[in-house]
Design a protein around this ligand. Structure first.
Ligand SMILES: O=C(O)CCC(=O)C(=O)O
Length: 272
C-alpha cells in the first residue's frame, strides 16, 4: 500500500512550532468502520486483561468493577490485522515527515470512554510515563473511530508546551492503585485548544505536549486508537527522576507479574 497523505510545509511548520497538529482524514470511512468493529470486539473479549495489557487507566481496576477508562496496550498483538491498514501506512508517512527517515513505529494503544460514564483523561505529558534515562523524539497519532467532540472527549492541547521539560506528575488522585498520571500543577487552561474531529481524522502531538480529554457525557462510547512513533533513543548523560512511576502498586502490574511467573514456570516444565 502506498500512502495517500502528504503534509504541506505549513502543516509541518505548525507542528514544530505548536507541538500538535490536526488533520481531517487519515484513512477511508470504510476502513474506519472495519477498525471500529475490531476495536469493540477487543474490549468486549477483554483481551490482554490477564497479562496486564487491558486495565482501567483512570480507576482502581478491581476485577468485577466497571472500568471508567478502559485501555488496551498493544491491541495489534491481539488483532494483527491492525498492522495491515491504510491508517498505518499513512501514519508512518506522516511520522517520517515530522521526525525524519529513521522514525519507527513504537506501539499502539486504545482508550475507550464508555457512554455516559467515561472519565476525563487528566492533563499530562506522555513522556512522564516513559524512561528516565533516554532521550528520543516521539509523537502520538490519536485517531477517533467516531466523531470526537467536546461532549464525548476530544483532544485538547496547550500550544508550545512541548518546549518545556517533563513536569512533576502523580497518579490520578494520588492513588497508587491507578495507572493514569496527572500533572501536579494544572497548566494555564485558558490557553487550551480543543480539536474536535470527524471519525478517522487525527491529532498528532509531541511526547511532551500537555494534553487532556474531558469525560464522555454522550450516550455513545468514545473510541480512540493511538499510534506512537519514535526516533532511536539516546542515553541521557543526566537521567531524569520520574519518581511518580515508582509510587505505583497497580492491579495491572500484579497481573503482569503473575502471568510472567506462570509463563516462566510453563517454559521450565517444557524444558525439563
Ligand atoms: O484518549 C484519551 O482520552 C487520551 C489520549 C492520550 O492521552 C494520548 O493519546 O496520549
Amino acid at each position: 500500500m502506498t500512502p495517500t497523505i502528504v503534509l504541506t510545509p505549513d502543516k509541518i511548520n505548525f507542528y514544530h512550532r505548536e507541538g500538535y497538529l490536526s488533520i481531517s482524514a487519515l484513512t477511508t470511512s470504510e476502513e474506519v468502520d472495519r477498525l471500529r468493529a475490531i476495536y469493540d470486539d477487543l474490549f468486549r473479549r477483554r483481551v490482554g486483561r490477564e497479562e496486564g495489557n487491558q486495565f482501567d487507566l483512570g480507576g482502581t481496576d478491581e476485577d468485577g468493577k466497571d472500568a471508567v477508562l478502559p485501555q488496551i496496550l498493544g491491541p495489534s498483538r491481539y488483532a494483527p490485522v491492525l498492522n495491515d491498514t491504510l491508517l498505518r501506512v499513512n501514519a508512518l508517512a506522516i511520522a517520517i515527515q515530522l521526525l525524519g527517515p529513521t522514525t519507527k513505529f513504537s506501539g499502539d494503544h486504545a482508550i475507550l470512554k464508555p457512554a455516559n460514564v467515561g472519565a476525563e483523561t487528566p492533563w499530562h505529558q506522555d513522556e512522564a510515563y516513559w524512561g528516565e534515562d533516554v532521550d528520543h523524539e516521539a509523537i502520538s497519532i490519536w485517531i477517533p473511530l467516531q466523531a470526537a467532540t467536546m461532549i464525548n472527549g476530544c483532544m485538547q492541547f496547550i500550544p508550545r508546551s512541548h518546549l518545556v521539560e517533563v513536569q512533576p506528575h502523580h497518579t490520578i488522585g494520588y492513588d497508587p492503585r491507578i495507572h493514569g498520571l496527572e500533572m501536579d500543577q494544572l497548566p494555564d487552561i485558558s490557553k487550551a485548544v480543543a480539536c474536535p474531529l470527524p471519525a478517522g481524522g487525527a491529532t498528532i502531538h509531541h511526547a511532551r505536549t500537555m494534553h487532556y480529554t474531558g469525560p464522555n457525557k454522550s450516550d455513545k462510547p468514545r473510541r480512540a486508537y493511538i499510534l506512537t512513533y519514535s526516533t532511536e533513543a539516546r542515553k541521557r548523560t543526566t537521567p531524569r527522576n520520574h519518581y511518580w512511576n515508582r509510587t505505583k502498586e497497580t492491579p495491572r502490574e500484579q497481573r503482569a507479574r503473575q502471568a510472567q511467573q506462570a509463563a516462566a514456570k510453563a517454559a521450565g516444565g517444557e524444558a525439563s
